[in-house]
Design a protein around this ligand. Sequence first.
Ligand code: GGG
Length: 349
Amino acid sequence: MLQAYPDPMTSSSSVLLIPGDGVGAEVVPAAARVLAGLVPELHFDEAEAGWACFQRCGSALPAATLAAARKTGAVLFGATQSPSTEVPGYASPILALRRELDLYGNLRPARSLPGERPVFDLLIVRENSEGLYSGREHAIADGFVAERVITRTASMRIARLACEQALLHAARVGRPARLTVVHKANVLKKTDGLFRSACLEVAANYPTLQVGEMLVDTAAMWLAKDPGRFDVLVTTNLFGDILSDLAAGKAGGLGLAPSANIGGHGVALFEPVHGSAPDIAGKGIANPLGALRSSVMLLQYLGYEAAAQRLDAAIEYVLVHGPLPVDLGGQATTAQVAGAVLDMALRTV
Ligand code: GGG
């Protein structure tokens, strides 16, 4: 049987909250209150990570946080705020979490707002463990080199995950299963050539899957022009990061975009795609819907499918009827939006 997650956690009701920096510290508690209201048996622990944590204790990802993530298995993460200049001893906690927990697949769904055109419902499967986003750089005589490592092992395993997700997505949306392999193999013949051939080789084992390929620049154009032509896309780390923000822009903005970091053995991490948004942090107006949609994915991972569907439907309802957060043109606070979602979700019990 197909499973949404390769290693679902159906026997646990524990969630580790890592709010992190900026608005992460607002949207994660708001989402946790909704989760607790919806599924009273859930148990929450909290751990720290991020830039503020680094400034306080000298580590952006304390060993205790990593150990708690491993022990708990289901993590709701907020946001990080890594500085754009080098700071001795600092390393991005979200990259470290993905690496240490072997969370090699990043699922980034995007769907059109209710009632809006063009209608689309797509999923970007982003390779999460290597590629240019790994931040591996070294000095040369007159500058620096960023390494873009692409391996057959990582490409094959993300391809398998994407094929499974394409079948699941097709069953959910009621369309034939379609996967688009996104790369730049015409220029990056070795690295993306390997990624492309590994994906096509794996996909050939899925006879019901329609498989296509597209150059990343063309994919960006079509995502902007007609996202409805896509179902599931699989791509490398940085391309996936950029394309998923583009897709989020078509789907109402970053404030709504959820993600799941999966593939680790007995652990998965869910996070809104948005960052720490320092410009609005502390004002109580951050949009909690990205964290709440990530919580839908977390509930599915934990096996609470009915609660996940109720939460998802309640979010859709609030998107239509309000109250809306500031980034969606409304005036509601984080707490008011989350409260309205919980009220609606409980009304459907
Ligand atoms: N919730 C996703 C998030 O925090 N995005 C910002 C991000 O990942 N930045 C990279 C970093 O700060 O290391």
